[in-house]
Write a protein that binds this ligand. Structure first.
Ligand code: 13P
Ligand code: ZN
Length: 284
């Protein structure tokens, strides 16, 4: 199986009322852990990488391992660029085989945001690549992107309609109270706003900052129309905690295959639980 565009995954999810779990991966281990989870759950999956991961691993390496995984695991998988503000990087990812991209113009004024996103849509759609963009501003920290509480703001439903129409994007990331990274308190999600946006906007909706959000809230968000949930921090934590525990118990063990195996298991378990919350289990 080849990497597929996340457009078909997300539109099917929107029609049938569930979400696709999208996982930020950083290396071969996290990629395989997520793929193992998706295979076990008979779930389609979106693998995504931030620009920080591109710098860490290299675009060509990521595309190569994602393509091999799609073929090897035989499940529908899309490769998505997460939160990218730079046109050159976006074009490079598309040219190298990414099947989906997020152009992040959320820091820009409305018209400038639209201008940037339209450029990406023009380029991507000619190459059958789907485009996600964000209106409103999700708070917190995702790799090298930080939005303070003060700068964060929620998506306006009427502006969302205009944004979708004018940009021609395939999926819309909305700000409804979640944030990237760890939460200090339980997040306050504006479900009423989500309902309104869902009523007015007819393309798949994306929830960022899904790590640390209580399960019931994720389920409710999916019931109300979220079609993609983004998870990064919960996987990072699972991986890191497994390694820490291993070294506490085995301070003299240096074989990376041993400790990475445990870290991969931990990531797989978290990914399975997120896939079930999203409701994409059993969808292949
Ligand atoms: P978390 O790190 O909070 O899971 O957010 C993930 C995300 O939104 C990736 O774009
Ligand atoms: Zn995000």
């Amino acid at each position: 199986m080849e990497l597929i565009s996340s457009r078909e995954l997300l539109y099917k999810a929107m029609e049938d009322g569930y979400a696709i779990a999208a996982f930020n991966i950083h290396n071969l281990e996290t990629l395989k852990a997520v793929m193992n989870a998706a295979k076990l759950e008979k779930s389609p999956v979106i693998l995504q990488t931030t620009p920080g991961t591109l710098r860490h691993v290299g675009i060509a390496y990521i595309v190569a391992i994602a393509k091999i995984a799609a073929d090897d695991y035989g499940i529908p998988v899309s490769l998505h660029l997460d939160h990218c503000e730079d046109l050159e990087t976006i074009y490079k990812c598309i040219d190298n085989g990414y099947t989906s991209v997020m152009v992040d113009g959320s820091k820009l004024p409305f018209d400038k945001n639209i201008e940037l996103v339209k450029k990406v849509v023009d380029y991507a759609h000619k190459r059958d690549v789907q485009v996600e963009a964000e209106l409103g501003r999700v708070g917190g920290t995702e790799d090298d992107l930080t939005v303070s509480d003060y700068e964060a703001f929620l998506t306006d439903p009427d502006m969302a309609v205009e944004y979708v129409e004018r940009t021609g994007i395939d999926s819309l990331a909305i700000a409804i109270g979640t944030a990237h990274g760890m939460y200090k308190d339980t997040p306050k999600i504006d479900f009423r706003r989500l309902k309104m946006i869902r009523k007015l906007v007819n393309i798949p909706l994306v929830l960022h900052g899904a790590s640390g959000v209580p399960d019931e809230m994720i389920k409710r968000a999916v019931e109300l129309g979220i079609n993609k949930i983004n998870i990064a921090t919960d996987l990072k934590n699972a991986f890191g905690k497994a390694l820490k525990n291993f070294f506490m118990e085995n301070p003299n063990e240096y074989d990376s295959r041993k400790y990475f195996k445990l870290a991969m298991e931990a990531v797989k378990h978290v990914a399975i639980s997120k896939i079930r919350l999203a409701g994409c289990n059993g969808k292949i």
